[in-house]
Design a protein around this ligand. Structure first.
Ligand SMILES: [Ca+2]
Ligand SMILES: [Ca+2]
Length: 288
């Protein structure tokens, strides 16, 4: 047996150590003591393990919480950066809008000037319309006066003109004057009115179908309705030179027999005769 105090070999069944005098504890009690202390050690290990586990879990929790906080902080930082970026963009946008507003104000100012100019032009235009209206009124008054004058001239014309039969009229050569003005259905250079006066067919450019057109035959002294040459009466022509002849067997078409060339000039229907005479007078210098 071993003394627990001095660790020396001692005899069994002694109450105290012969070497150091310490009381000797029985083996059974020692085993109990060892078992108790082993139990205490395991309890201690258990407590340490529990505490360590708790601390580890707490450390993990703190780490997790920190990570979450850091993540939230990063998110907040990103949100702040985004907000700052948005604010910068809004600031730029605001600057651009201010520029646009200034431009719009400039345009409004320009439009106001244009509106003023437009108002002035409108006033000028209304004044011009008014002046034009006055001119039209004066023109209409003048036309009434002119119409009255023409009526007087025409009355004198009818009074001075001579009536002539179609047969006698055919004995006077036709001048190439005023033959094509107005509607010309067959496009032969003789108006429908002239063809009515000459007796040709206004729907055929070659009334007698001899391959020579009506106007060509008339101006060259040929009969466009029948055949052969027209027979002119120089004595009749000499007698009627300078007269206005009314085609009384038709529609009273007026002809003027020129003393210069002995040809008849078509003046038209009674309503047109005055105008044709005026036209003929202005063209007299060209008549040979
Ligand atoms: Ca014709
Ligand atoms: Ca013919």
């Amino acid at each position: 047996m071993i003394c627990f105090n001095c660790k020396r070999q001692i005899p069994d069944n002694v109450q105290n150590c012969p070497a150091c005098g310490s009381p000797i504890i029985p083996q059974v009690q020692i085993r109990k003591e060892v078992k108790f202390r082993r139990f205490q050690r395991w309890v201690l290990y258990l407590v340490i393990a529990v505490v360590f586990s708790g601390m580890t879990a707490y450390a993990i929790k703190i780490s997790t919480d920190n990570t979450q906080i850091l993540n939230k902080f990063a998110e907040t930082q990103n949100a702040l950066n985004q907000t700052k970026s948005d604010l910068d963009a809004a600031s730029k946008n605001l600057t651009a809008k201010e520029g646009e507003l200034a431009q719009a104000q400039s345009q409004v100012s320009q439009l106001t000037e244009e509106q003023t100019a437009l108002n002035q032009k409108t006033a000028d235009y209304q004044k011009m319309i008014e002046e034009q209206s006055n001119l039209v009124k004066q023109y209409n008054d003048f036309k009434v006066d002119l119409g009255a004058a023409n009526a007087n001239v025409y009355a004198a014309l009818v009074k001075l003109a001579l009536g002539i039969s179609n047969k006698d009229l055919a004995k006077i050569p036709v001048a190439d004057y005023n033959l094509g003005s107005g509607v010309d259905t067959d496009k032969d250079g003789l108006s429908d009115v002239v063809e009515g006066a000459l007796g040709t067919d206004p729907a055929k450019d070659d009334t007698n179908a001899n391959t020579y057109k009506d106007k060509q035959e008339i101006l060259n002294g040929y009969n466009p309705i029948g055949s052969g040459k027209l027979v002119f009466d120089s004595a009749l022509v000499s007698r009627l030179k300078g007269d206005i002849l009314l085609q009384v067997e038709h529609k009273s078409e007026a002809w003027y027999l020129s003393p210069k060339d002995g040809k008849r000039y078509f003046l038209g229907l009674p309503g047109d005769a005055v105008k044709a005479l005026e036209k003929l007078n202005s063209a007299t210098s060209t008549v040979q």
